[in-house]
Design a protein around this ligand. Sequence first.
Ligand code: OSB
Ligand code: MG
Length: 363
Amino acid sequence: MEISYYIVRMPLKNPFTTSFGTDIYRESIIFRLSENGITAYSECVSDHDPFYSYEDNTTAMHIISEYLIKSLKNLPEPEEFLKSVSYIKGHNMAKAALEMLLYDYHARLNKKSLADYLGQNRGYAIPGISIGIDKIDKMLERIDEAVKMGYNRIKVKIKKGLENEILKSIRDVYPDISLSADANSDYTFNDIELLKSLDRYNLVYIEQPLCYDDLIYHSKLSREISTPICLDESITSSKRAEKAFEIGACSVINIKPGRVSGLTESIKIARIAMENNGHAWVGGMLETGIGRAYNMALAANNLIDYPGDTSPNARYYSEDLVKNPFTMDNGIISIDLKRPGTGIDVDSNALKKYTIDSGKFEI
Ligand code: OSB
Ligand code: MG
């Protein structure tokens, strides 16, 4: 069996600014597996730098080549694979890249779409949009476009010191849109008064206001503010999700398969959210069309009840790695359940064009 990897460097249509920095490019690792007449692709959502989480492309390649890749021998079911690598602590993005590759492979082997293979689904995703920090007039322009396009929820990135200016300017023009704010862990519990002041903007939730690995202070914060708390970075597994609900650290979870070691844990987390009368939605990591297809299949699952950051491909890149991008019509993104696996048709010329490094694993 041969598995290839391609490190791609994709220019983003627009720079994307969060509280932790500005991205002009997205660098991710694409995997391709070909066996028994089936070809599967997946994407590792680590980036060049360890700014969103401790993983980056170098650590992911190290963990994958030294420890994980050998567990793909005999192409186990995704859950079995996860068990076989559970002795490796953390490195969820690296694990997820291979777990999802196995999902695509097994869904195709079973002649099922990935969404059907994952379980009960509605056949479409309900997209929201995540808008980066920019000059206020630029942000308002982006929001105007997004509202006109029919996005079901607008999320804006915020940063300490800029939050009131951003949110007030938006609410002045759009008093009623479904709006959320993502702080990417830019605040501490000492900012409690500032965070309380955001209640006036009637947000559907505030995403990851405090430290990237915190649960305790989010739980304290949730008792002090009326805005619901959504956790992203802090929820790294279904066990962490259980703990978060047990102590009331959040009522909403942004599920990113990469962050939680793949789709098996993603589905478990969505179920935990529902069982706790919470909410779950599918986030994004500016994926190319390859990773995006996994997010879409998950977003279509009946356990997902809030609009995600699962925007159509055209929002991110002028040229994508797939020939059949997702499109948005009347506020929804349909999934072709007749196509097996992720259903993507990879554009090998584009993949070649954006590859900055590649190689093969023989196992
Ligand atoms: O915190 O949700 C986040 C992008 C990169 C890293 C972290 C985050 C994001 C986004 C963009 O918000 C979501 C997307 O549209 O893919
Ligand atoms: Mg986030």
